[in-house]
Each structure stands twice: as structure tokens, then as C-alpha cells.
Design a protein around this ligand. Sequence first.
Ligand SMILES: [Zn+2]
Ligand SMILES: [Zn+2]
Length: 395
Amino acid sequence: MNPYLKRAYELQEEITENRRYIHSHAGVGFDLDDTVERIMSQLRAMGIEGERCGKAGVVVTLGKPGKTILLRGDIDALPIPEQTNLPFASKNGCMHACGHDFHAAMLLGAAKLLKENESALPGTVKLMFQPAEEKLAGARDMVENGVLENPHVDAAFAMHIGTGNSESPVGSVKFTKGPSHASGDSFRIIVQGKGCHGASSYQGVDAISVAAHILIALEEIPAREVPADQLSIVTVGVFQGGSACNIIADTATLEGTIRALSPENREFLIRRVREVAESIAKAFRATIRVEEPTGGTPPSYNNPALCEEMLPFIKEIVPEDKVFVRENQPSLGSEDFAYVSTKVPSMMINLGAGSTEEGYTYALHSPFVTPDEGCLPVGAALYAHCATRWLEENQ
Ligand SMILES: [Zn+2]
Ligand SMILES: [Zn+2]
């Protein structure tokens, strides 16, 4: 057995305890005091002094000067009440429903494996414990606070667990080369009409009717203005307006999300949403305010050459029949690891934490999701081994 994997199994209890502690002390966004304190104290117990980075990030630098590879694990939870009934379930209204408790614990496990092997590392490994992934804000905050410099990062590797689908047997690895996650940008359109009596609508400007025309028109943008093989999405998830059945609504609000797989399409969709909404509003005598997307993320990209290079290292940890390699099968979910992958060659893999066939029916973001902890040692070993092997091949 691979030495890192063997050692990771010896540390299984410790890694699992960290996962459960972080799980039961779930924090959201940058409000991660318990989680960050746990990470810092666990690192200290390993003889590692973690450095704070940005609002709630932690960075660890191990090894010696040379090439640098970054390992990223996100550490934040979601603002949904947990309903798993697990003995270590979170009771504060926030839940690690996206598995970032796993990522944090596995990266801590990797810290220990790498520290024990530090003198043999032929370069530098930087660990990035990242807050606020769910808000698509944490990676940007850490990048702006220098996580990719001093020392400069040459390559980056990240992991996300998956469960509740048929491609996530425990301990398996799946990744796609090329575009890996869509961009994500939210928008809000506030239509200003002119209210009046519902029986004399000609005296007003019906904000609901205008908003309805905008909604239909927005759907034409991905359907009619982007080539069909370039997956693009404009979804409106909130439509609000009106107060009574016999009053022409003064205002109406649309909120939605824009997804694209290339920076060009992202920019195009954001621009067209504004143009189309403004034009429709003008045609119907209304005015609108479009709130610019805030806190969005670019699309992320799995560097094909880095994927090729990492594949054999992954297979040194995970049996070949549990490694699924895809090409151009990106997720239309968003990942703010994009702020790293647009700057340095990067790779993000999916680590299986329970498939439907294995009885795991709930997917991530469900308040009932219970990923399988059996993947924890595999994830810790993958982090440590892929970093070490990459440094050995890139001295
Ligand atoms: Zn998530
Ligand atoms: Zn996530």
C-alpha cells in the first residue's frame, strides 16, 4: 500500500474527529471562528504555525524553496438547518451540507502527512484553508490577500466530495479535463411602473406585465444568441410584484443567475441581460434598475496538461477501476476555485463519498445528506501524495 495512504488510515480516527468537530460547529461565509480555531490548534499540535490570510483563511507553507504546489480545501457551511439526526449534527441552524467539513479535515490530515515527510519534499506545498466558498467570495479574498504569492504558486490542486449519484462510490475519483465549473453571477432587476386602479390600467404602467415580458425575453438570450454547444444559462428564480388583485403594480422584481463556461460568454450574457431588460422596459414605458452582479465567480478550468500529469499519481492511491476521467463534461454549478484556476494551472477532482447504489440517496446541499466518512483517509492521502509526486517531477 502507498505509504501516505497507509499512514492516512492510521490517522483515520483523528481525521474523522476533526470532521465531526467542524461539522457540529458549522459556520457560514467568513463567520468561522470555531472552525478556524480548530484548524489552527490542530496545526499547532502538529508543530505547524498556520498563517491567517484575508478575512478567515488559513495558509500553511511546508517543505523547502523550489517549485510550489497549492492544495485547497474550503471550510464553510450553508445557512440551512440540519435534519440528519446524526449524533454530531449541527444545532445552530447552519449545516455542512456541501461537505466542506470533509475538505477541511482531509486537508488537516494532509498537513500531518506532509509534515511527517517534510524533509523529503523537493519543493514547497502550500495549504489553503478557504472560507466563504458558498458565497463565492472566499477564494477571491485569499487571492487578493496574496495566497498565490510568497512563494509564488506554480500549480494548484483541489478536491470536492460528491454523493447521491451513481458516479460517487466511496473513495473513487472523477474529474473532467478542460472547463470544469460554470461561472456564477446573480442579478436583480427592479421594474418601476406606475400604479393605478386595476380597472383603469391605461392610466398606469403595469410593472408585473413588463417584468413578465422581460422574463420571457431573457430566456431567449441563451436559447437564441449563444451557440447550442456552449452551455449557457439564464435562470430567473425570483419573481415578485403586486399587492392586490385590483391594483396595477407599481414595481416588480426579478432575481436570477447567469452561468457560462467561458469568460467571453459570461461577459456576453451579463451585458445582454442588462440590454434586453432595459430595451423591453423602455418599449413598455417602464424604467428599470439592474443591480450589477456582485460576488460572482468566473468559470473554472482544469488544465488538461496538469490533469494528464496528475492522473498516474491519483492511480497510485485509488484503484484504476475507481478513477473516472471525463473530457469536457463540466458541471454547471459554480466553484470559486476559479479565482485560482484562472491564475495558475489547476486541477479539481471529485472524491466519491457514497453513490446511490451504495445507498446514499441524498445529494450535497440537502439537509439530510450524510456523506460516507470512509473517503476521508483517501482524500488526505490524495492531497499529500499528488503534491509530493508533482514536486518530485517538477524540481
Ligand atoms: Zn456547495
Ligand atoms: Zn461545496
